[in-house]
Design a protein around this ligand. Structure first.
Ligand SMILES: Cc1cc2nc3c(=O)[nH]c(=O)nc-3n(C[C@H](O)[C@H](O)[C@H](O)COP(=O)(O)OP(=O)(O)OC[C@H]3O[C@@H](n4cnc5c(N)ncnc54)[C@H](O)[C@@H]3O)c2cc1C
Length: 298
């Protein structure tokens, strides 16, 4: 039996694992994929995100920096210059975090959580506390009674790593997304340095749509060529349940995304760290694992 079983090795689960092992908790991370694995994402780490990672002493690589962000909204153009957004690739970023944890790791698709057991296709994993960090389509959240993602709670976003270069400039265009899809959201182009450009379109508060056509057009308008295209639901920020008893939900499993920008990595890292701390207090200070979700919610 583990002190902590973490379902999901994205930024929420990997950060929870780093903090848990630093606190001396015997920790297992279960993910349906062996890292490195793809996760559709813009890879944008805002200044508050990379500062938090720095404060926690967590290391990772990034490939481009948005030193200026050109924004277009309602026919208004403005350029934001400030602390840069660092742009990473999620396969490498998530693996770097998980590797730093030193936690045990198992590949399995978790189907549900029963008490302190995460039940997967290949086995059951027992933890005094379980953290559901399994993202937008969280099986752990569904075990607690949450509905699967739908257009009521989640938008949809498509991305690709495109060939070409934008230098240190990044672009966020709300008008393009609206004109091409009729939806509310934005198209982005985030520089990945000599690895190309992360381009994407996300929309919410309406029906889900296949955005591959608009994405190709967006890239073309910037003189870029899309590669493989991936789509994924994205929480609209409606915070779901934060857990129950000895089961805690962290990151997007709890719906924690900024609804106006789609920024989710910040909340994933922050709540992953908080989840591990709550588990530690419940287990090692109070000796009552069933209080973990209550401590976390406070
Ligand atoms: C196209 C797109 C672009 C985005 N761009 C940005 C951006 O630029 N900046 C930003 O801050 N945010 C962005 N976001 C949001 C961000 O990607 C997410 O909010 C963030 O990844 C959430 O982290 P997480 O650790 O909670 O979940 P995830 O990163 O989704 O990780 C969940 C993990 O759980 C695993 N898993 C899932 N189900 C199971 C299961 N049943 N059993 C076992 N393992 C399971 C998955 O394999 C995965 O490793 C974007 C989202 C999308 C869709």
């Amino acid at each position: 039996m583990y002190d902590l079983v973490i379902v999901g090795a994205g930024p929420a689960g990997a950060t929870a694992a780093i903090v848990a092992t630093r606190l001396g908790l015997r920790t297992l991370v279960v993910d349906r994929f062996k890292p490195p694995r793809e996760k559709p994402c813009g890879g944008g780490l805002t200044p508050r995100t990379w500062r938090m990672l720095e404060r926690m002493g967590i290391e990772y690589s990034w490939y481009g920096e948005c030193r200026e962000v050109r924004v277009k909204v309602a026919d208004i153009n403005y350029t934001h210059r400030g602390d840069p957004i660092r742009v990473t690739r999620r396969p490498e970023f998530d693996k770097a975090l998980l590797d730093q944890s030193g936690a045990e790791f198992a590949v399995d698709r978790v189907l549900r959580v029963e008490g302190g057991r995460a039940v997967g296709e290949r086995g059951a994993y027992e933890g005094a506390v379980v953290v559901g960090a399994d993202g937008a389509n969280s099986a752990v959240a569904r075990s607690l009674g949450e509905p699967p993602p739908s257009p009521k709670t989640h938008g949809i976003a498509f991305m690709s790593v495109a060939g070409g270069s934008l230098g240190d400039t990044c672009i966020v265009d709300f008008d393009f997304a609206h004109e091409e899809t009729g939806g509310v959201g934005y198209a982005w182009a985030f520089t990945l340095g000599d690895r190309g450009v992360d381009v994407g379109i996300g929309i919410g508060w309406g029906p889900w749509a296949d955005l591959r056509g608009p994405l190709a057009k967006w890239a073309e308008s910037l003189g870029l060529r899309t590669g493989a295209v991936m789509g994924h639901p994205l929480s609209l920020g409606s915070v779901r349940r934060l857990g129950s008893g000895n089961v805690i939900l962290a990151g997007e499993a709890a719906g924690l995304v900024d609804a106006s920008t789609g920024e989710g990595i910040y909340y994933a890292v922050a709540t992953g760290a908080l989840a591990a701390q709550a588990a530690y207090v419940a287990l090692k200070v109070r000796g009552k694992p069933a209080e973990a979700a209550g401590i976390y919610a406070e």
